[in-house]
Design a binder for this molecule. Structure first.
Ligand code: SF4
Length: 207
């Protein structure tokens, strides 16, 4: 007995070229789309070796100080994180500098509440010998690189209480200070000026 004849499908007619401005159907992608998170993972995997290769080639051409240091200086000076604390009346001006009127955060200055997340200590008031060891502990808990600003006459040199038995005659007796801000109290714009001067110091940093 012979096999039944096979049915061969007729070839599909060739798609007509879309007329300009016509109603040609949009092309349909029948392949399953790659999930978004997989694309992101792939991109992250490719980024790290690509960045490593770019940095390696840069370092081969130039000394490290000429390539890496300006990048770190630029990032550091535009993202200063001062410790969120206050000592005396200058702390009110410190707080006001972060309000809507002066808006210190537009300079990338964002107070943080843990010294381990800070790179700037703004000493904003009278430093007594009783609080001195706490201040040193907070400073030492901050990671390197770090900076300190003495804000106001008290932090700079003891201010009106310089001769008092209980007052440290300048916070530079306890920690290294990078910028001094005069005033009793200095206004918020004085504090911002001190921060901008510190940014200039960071910009010129080469060590
Ligand atoms: S400098 Fe003046 S305003 Fe600032 S903490 Fe000392 S006394 Fe208060």
């Amino acid at each position: 007995m012979s096999a039944p004849p096979q049915t061969v499908p007729a070839p599909a007619p060739a798609a007509a070229p879309a007329a300009a401005g016509g109603d040609a159907p949009l092309p349909v992608v029948d392949q399953a789309a790659v999930p978004f998170f997989e694309i992101e993972t792939l991109r992250a995997r490719e980024f790290i070796p690509a960045a490593k290769e770019a940095l390696t080639s840069l370092l081969k051409e130039k000394a490290e100080g000429n390539v890496i240091r300006p990048v770190f200086n630029w990032a550091g000076r535009n993202s200063l994180f001062p410790l969120h604390w206050g000592l005396a009346c200058c702390a009110i001006e410190f707080a006001a500098a972060f309000g809507a009127r002066w808006d210190a955060e537009r300079f990338g200055v964002v107070p943080r509440s843990s010294p381990r997340q800070c790179d700037l200590l703004i000493v904003n008031g009278t430093v007594t010998w009783k609080v001195a060891h706490k201040l040193i502990t907070l400073y030492e808990q901050m990671p390197e690189p770090k900076w300190a600003i003495a804000m106001g006459n008290c932090a700079t040199g003891g201010g009106p209480f310089r001769t008092a038995y209980s007052v440290v005659p300048g916070v530079d007796k306890l920690i290294p200070v990078d910028v001094y801000i005069a005033g009793c109290p200095p206004r918020p714009e004085n504090m911002l000026d001190g921060v901008l001067r510190l940014e200039q110091l960071i910009k010129e940093r080469r060590d």
